[in-house]
Design a protein around this ligand. Structure first.
Ligand code: DGT
Ligand code: CA
Ligand code: CA
Ligand code: ZN
Length: 587
């Protein structure tokens, strides 16, 4: 048990006491102890038996020392358990809603016996909150929205966070003698934009069916474990302290392919694949593809063998969503998906001129290291005052500096001038046309007034892309994954008009954005829209985030020809500026 978990238990107890109407002095002492535990450098689980040592920590008195000892010994705190038994464990989740503190929870309990998110949602639905003290229509609407947001994102994790957790755990596992390979499966391997939990396959000589006990114990001893869910013969499931669930499975290498195929999913892909196997006289499980009649193994060691025995080509995990990939693999007509090596440039980058952390030169060097032929520097415009956005005068000066760096790079990499110009509330662009017209790459983006109606927002974005200087629509839906919904927009109308105008749609590779999403990307391609993928890098370290965007493009079945910045520098600029031949626009 780590200090931050101990701290959380104490803080939760303080909240529960407050809801319970407990003594304010006592509540404060739990809060102070929670802070002290969070701050101290003493490893409390290790030091728990040394009472004198605990008492040296500022904020820890005798009774708190006893509490810490109870937590270290049992993993829980009796008072917290007692309070949760009284009110139900749903209370802790209720406290996670935005704007929800112990006082509001106490009010909801006293007035309507509400002790969980579900009960709160029900009460709002039934109109039972109206008339309660401090519950105006506005406050109730806020709660309703908060529940909606919470439910949508609850239990899911950003892909970069899940990947980081997987990397740390993998490094730990690979240090065990007899563990040779750790492979993330599930949604992470399929490149989904968020992960519900982590599925890790572990194989090597220590992972056989008969001899895996030592390796299982080693997995279960991972220091990052918050609580154990299940520990079996070849499976360990637990939560990390950020509440991400991890399912680790240990497997002998002769059935590794079957397990990898099964646990990569998706479920829908697996169901379809199993039906195909049955029709061919086989059964498919996490252990093997086997004959139905005598159960002999047909294929198990690699995915390639399994797909091949089913008359199919192996397919990249990003395609495995049962959206036609099984049929395409059986016809040997899988698409060639875009790869990092296809990309020639990153065309959305910020610098210290606005809210970036590095200079033009540093961004250029970072991109050069990644093997690009070109970049575009696209800082913010003046409407975004908090980013120190550029006005016309500064934008022109910035262009000069970009051109200087372009010269300094002596052709090793091209540095294009550009701007991420703000789309104002009415759809006008934030900088004068004559300034925009001098830029190589003009990205227009919405950063404000997200609350506009669908009609307003659609009209606003359409007006912005009608401006002949607009060449790319930046992060077209404005969503922040698990934090902010996409704004309301008739995306189909925007994509159709953008296709006519030759305005490209950005796929923003930042793992907190990833819009357009995979489905919308497919639609963009169908409608003949141009697409660029860019990192929106605010730091040289962000240049590598292209990887996240590429996975979404691959999930949308896009190949190199579908993406504009797979072209060489001059070709890219020419294509970006060119307007399609037939303009059947509505003016
Ligand atoms: P997630 O965790 O919500 O991001 O999504 P997944 O796809 O990682 O789902 P998860 O962790 O429940 O299961 C991992 C894989 O295991 C899933 O993609 C396919 C396989 N799987 C799980 N349950 C079933 C099942 O009932 N039937 C079949 N055929 N496959 C399953
Ligand atoms: Ca999963
Ligand atoms: Ca799982
Ligand atoms: Zn932006």
């Amino acid at each position: 048990m780590d200090n931050s978990t101990m701290s959380r238990l104490l803080a939760e107890t303080a909240d529960l006491l407050e809801i319970d109407g407990g003594d304010s002095f006592r509540i404060r002492s739990y809060r102070r102890a929670a802070e002290a535990v969070e701050q101290t450098t003493v490893d409390l689980a290790a030091a728990a038996s040394d009472t004198a040592r605990l008492l040296e920590i500022p904020g820890i008195g005798k009774s708190m020392a006893a509490n810490l000892q109870a937590i270290a010994a049992t993993g829980t705190l009796p008072l917290r358990d007692e309070l949760l038994a009284r009110y139900g464990s749903g209370l802790l989740e209720l406290l996670k809603l935005p704007g929800m503190g112990p006082k509001t929870v106490a009010l909801l309990w006293d007035a309507a016996k509400i002790a969980s998110i579900d009960q709160l949602a029900e009460a709002i639905e039934a109109g039972r909150l109206a008339g309660l003290p401090r519950m105006g229509a506005k406050q109730i609407e806020k709660l309703r929205k908060g529940i909606e947001d919470y439910r949508r994102s609850a239990g899911r994790f950003r892909i970069d966070e899940a990947e980081e957790a997987a990397a740390r755990l993998s490094a730990y596992l690979l240090a065990f003698k007899g563990i040779e390979k750790v492979t993330p499966a599930g949604s992470l391997r399929r490149g989904r934009e968020t992960a519900g939990d982590l599925d890790l396959l572990v194989t090597g000589p220590a992972c056989g069916l008969e001899n895996s006990a030592a390796a299982v114990d080693y997995v279960a001893a991972y220091p990052g474990i918050h609580d154990m869910i299940a520990k079996g013969e070849n499976k360990v499931s637990f939560h990390l302290s950020n509440s991400l669930q991890v399912d680790v499975r240990l497997l002998p290498s002769d059935c590794y392919g079957a397990a990898l195929q099964y646990f990569t999913g998706s479920k829908a892909h697996n169901v379809s694949l199993r039906q195909r196997a049955l029709k061919m006289g086989y059964t498919l499980s996490e252990w093997a593809l086997a004959r139905l009649d005598d159960n002999t193994t047909v294929a198990a060691a690699t995915e390639e063998e399994i797909y091949s025995a089913l008359g199919m080509d192996w397919m990249p995990p990003e395609l495995r969503e049962n959206l036609g990939e099984i049929e395409a693999a059986a016809r040997h007509e899988l698409p060639r998906l875009i790869e990092q090596a296809d990309l020639q440039g990153d065309v959305h980058m910020h610098t210290t001129a606005t809210d970036g952390h590095n200079s033009i030169r540093e961004m250029a060097e970072a991109a050069l290291k990644r093997g690009y032929q070109y970049i575009a520097i696209t800082d913010h415009s003046k409407n975004l005052a908090m980013t120190n956005g550029l006005d016309e005068k500064r934008a022109l000066e910035h262009m000069k500096r970009i051109r200087e760096v372009d010269k300094q790079m002596e052709g090793r990499i091209r540095v294009f001038t550009g701007i991420e110009v703000d789309i104002l509330g009415d759809g006008a662009l934030d900088l004068d046309d004559e300034v925009l017209a001098q830029m190589d790459v003009v990205i227009a983006s919405v950063h404000t007034r997200f609350e506009q109606s669908r009609e307003e927002m659609t009209g606003r974005v359409l007006r912005a892309i009608e401006n002949p200087n607009t060449r790319i629509l930046g992060h077209p839906t404005g969503r922040l994954l698990l934090r902010r919904e996409a704004f309301s927009l008739d995306l189909g109308a925007v994509l159709r008009r953008a296709a006519e105008l030759g305005v490209a749609m950005e796929h923003n590779a930042a793992p907190e954005r990833l819009d357009l999403n995979d489905r919308d990307l497919r639609l963009a391609k169908e409608l003949g829209c141009r697409i660029v993928v860019s990192t929106d890098a605010h730091d040289t370290r962000h240049v590598g985030k292209m990887e996240y965007g590429l996975r979404q493009l691959r999930r949308a079945w896009l190949g190199p020809d579908d993406v504009l910045n797979t072209k060489g520098a001059d070709e890219f600029l020419a294509a970006l500026r060119a307007r399609p031949q037939s303009r059947n626009g509505r003016q």
